[in-house]
Design a binder for this molecule. Sequence first.
Ligand code: WTA
Length: 719
Amino acid sequence: MQIIRQTRAAPPSAVGSAAEQPLSQWKKMSPVSVSTNRDIPGPQEPEEKTYHPSNGLFTDAHVPDFDAYLALYKKSTEEPEEFWADVAQEFYWKKPPSGPMLQYNFDVNKGNIYIKFMEGAKTNICYNVLDRNVHERNLGEKVAYYWEGNSPDHHQNITYNQLLRSVCRCANALKLLGVKKGDRVAIYLPMIPELVYTMLACARIGAVHSIVFAGFSSESLCERIMDAQCNILVTADGVYRGDKLINLKKIASEALERCKERYVPVCCSLLSEEPLFTSSSHPKCKILLYPALKLMTILLFLLCVCVCVCVCVRALQTPWDESCDIWWDDLMDGVSDECEPEWMDSEDPLFILYTSGSTGKPKGVLHTVTGYMLYTSLTFKYVFDYHHDDVYWCTADIGWITGHSYITYGPLANGATSVLFEGVPVYPHVARTHTHTHTHTHTHTHSCLRVLGTVGEPINPEAWLWYYEVVGQQRCLVIDTFWQTETGGHVLTPLPAATPLKPGSATCPFFGVQPAVLNEHGEELEGEAEGYLVFRKPWPGIMRGVYGNQERFESTYFRKFPGFYVTGDGCRRDKDGYYWITGRIDDMLNVSGHLLSTAEVEAALTEHPSVAEAAVVSRPHAVKGECLYCFVTLKDHKEFNRTLMEELKRKGQREKIGPIATPDFIQNAPGLPKTRSGKIMRRVLRQIARNEKDLGDLSTLADPKVVEVLFSQRCEAAA
Ligand code: WTA
């Protein structure tokens, strides 16, 4: 996925002038101590080029150079109270905090893990991202979103004034349905404005949104509804993704059927009770709060969704249950467009977002109001170097954390103008992305682009250079941001004007973030090192828990190395203090006792001119313990043959990393199994490599057919 910051006023074109400066100029200022002890085998440092902004591109940058970054970083870690108090001044507070800015325990041996930020303060995030812009900053007429439909004929401009009114209407409608502070609302919507309205409406009235990406199956939706005990589901009749029609309401109804099936006896008995509340103005919406539910708190979740609100987007024939379904337009009809926000405590929950754990069962990552608000706002401003007349586009879906943080909350908190895109980049033609850029910047070249972002998977130097040279025309900076659903916002990231870039590295920590590298025994490694990426202190945007499961929260992130938040990713820190993500620790390859990361082996394979993409997993080996099994996707019209295989084995591995990394098997892979957010599912590849047919839960796969193809084309020798 990519994030693009573009500006209406195109700066002087400086194509091809990316200056390359020696690292030595700023090395001494590196934020981590530098030494040369390396005790884990890894690739030798290649001759490195660094990339800097072109002249004139960032004359007004918020953080103009590396010195300025270091000064701010130092303040954020040495005087965090002052640092965050300064940031907080930008926002509206109904009540100021009563205690310290940050309180926490990261050590399981000292008691429960907790993080509290600005305790005692009262605010509302929806008020801060909308009303504050309209009433205090005079941005009411500014465009908040250029919405682009799947079809290029569908578009809509939404100003901050309009957004505020639509959100208030939706908030009032939810209240009418009985939703109140603390209730969970499931949202299963495509990338249409109603998705933003609903999530902000929840935030306005203190309800907790749980957005489920509108590509998940009915089973996944059901599982998430039940886990969060949601009592309202907001969905749409259908959506076109490219030329494929998806009947969302049908999937949603199936999900609700599944929820009911699991608890039939209880549902029936409860439904016979008289409801406490029915909406007289909306006769379709009958089932709401039941006294029995109040008494039987233990059964509270058993009824799950009682109302399903459906946005009519495509006028599709949909399954319809008169007892609980209601059309969005009927619900909004005549509802007021003013709504007093619910003033929330800092640590009140804001949303739950499910992320799949390695065991397959998704975890409900919980974020709270104030810390998330400050952190997404600050990272957005600095990482994209956002300025008032920029137009910004994040291509992610709001169903993922990237969309929550950098389509909704971060940009709106800054009063930004964003593109909200419903479709896919290649529909109706491959140049769709370019068309957007031109439409919303009123220019006819890419010279208006300034910052290109990337997140989600290690971007290898090859891909980084393509992005930089082809998309960015050697002028824009490529910002490789490392973060997680759990971290709420960017944690390792360059700042455009300040950080010299190295292709493949997520570079340095953001303000307030204190990374460390540990070895298997939990010992902290200094200077150049490779090992587990952990964080020693919380920053405001870090997750506050796994919804309803403190035990899982602690065991997943804190038990392995008491005193640290464990990301689950491996990393390498180079001599300049730069961080390079090497992939998930669970995916590490252990060959003849040497630990290799997936990222480094895959980067070596993709250096071959015929290879478009590669993924590597391990497979048991009688002598070496484990050996490498590689899947390679070739570029168009390239042929998979013996010569290519030999070249990949010899050049890519023996010469690049060392003989240890020579693959035993290389399989031609027309496609790789990926999650819907674009991550390679190496767990599935491991099973293919081992010829194990029991693949477990595949519901997060974007295209399950790929798996069959890969099974049918396994390397024979690996039978
Ligand atoms: C991976 C996405 C390398 C990593 C915001 C992490 C990355 C997981 C990068 C989180 C990056 C994310 N370089 N790997 N720049 N960014 N990852 O929760 O393994 O969908 O733990 O959040 O993606 O994925 P999630």
